[in-house]
Design a protein around this ligand. Sequence first.
Ligand code: KG4
Ligand code: ZN
Length: 354
Amino acid sequence: MLVLGIESSCDETGLALYCSQRGLLAHNIYSQVKLHRAFGGVVPELASRDHARKLLPLLEQLFSAAAVDKSELEGIAYTAGPGLMGALLVGASFAKALAWSLSVPAIGVHHMEGHLLAPMLEQNPPQFPFVALLVSGGHTQLVAVEGVGRYQTLGESVDDAAGEAFDKTAKLLDLDYPGGPHLAALAERGDAARYRFPRPMTDRPGLDFSFSGLKTFARNLIAQERGDQPLPSAQCMADIAAGFELAVAETLAIKCRRALQQTAMQRLVIAGGVSANQTLRRVLTAAVEKVDGQLFYARQEFCTDNGAMIAYAGWRRLAAAQRSGELAGAPQNLAVEVRPRWPLDQLPAITEVV
Ligand code: KG4
Ligand code: ZN
């Protein structure tokens, strides 16, 4: 089955072609970072317009890179939520119109399910069951995963998501949007031991997180260290970045180990933008080794938003729907449905092929 994936939930337009026999054939991503930089964050209306501007050229480029014809397509997967309403609508309308014109089914994919399954595009994919740590700009969740659509939330952030904490702390350090990767780069030059940030909510049982206090801790440190200057010295800023990053990584690692113990599972999958963070990967590798577990993650470019994860998740769901006969008449269904808010554990389970 040949599936086109379309991601447009936030500030990246991502397209990909996934073939069930040949794997990932081609993918491309257009990032809107430059467009939003002046505003210090994503401006939803500008994001929608830019998705509309970029989808068609990206589509043409994708098909020529993969050297396949549009008539060979057997299904289209698009991000239906969660995300920015306008941005989702652009992708969904585009997908539905294209599907109708080619008489193929279109399916709405949950963005976080896309992230969660992205490591399956790699050489050594994780087998079910596993614990997934989803760490993105909008979500921080620990999920027990028994199969596609068989998700049980074990814990989540009660305030800021991990990525959001990175972005907000980066702003305090006067770094450009999106702050996560910039803060990580600054932290490389810093001494993580100089400032001891708290490890929030690790001193009590449970698997929930709270990251908003770390940003406040950083704000207070900056105020304390800057003297009569607008900001502390470059070295001090790097040390704050490193201390912050290590605190996030170690807090996540403590909860991940707990989740593995609680579920008696051995495999840990990390996904979403923050899973690109090298310190997090290093700290989690060590934590998982201690419990004889295994850590899985996607290649760097498939940690942040991309079309490949949507094509892959869409293929799994389209193939299951095809097996159960649910796709009959699907190309004629032109209803454009998006869900800006959409809890992951509301997704239906699919029946796997045995
Ligand atoms: O998954 P994603 O691309 O978009 C959402 O679904 O939210 O995640 C974006 C988030 C942003 O908060 C970004 O700052 C963060 O992931 N991020 C990172 C790194 N790369 C992206 N955070 C820390 N270290 C990184 N290397
Ligand atoms: Zn995402």
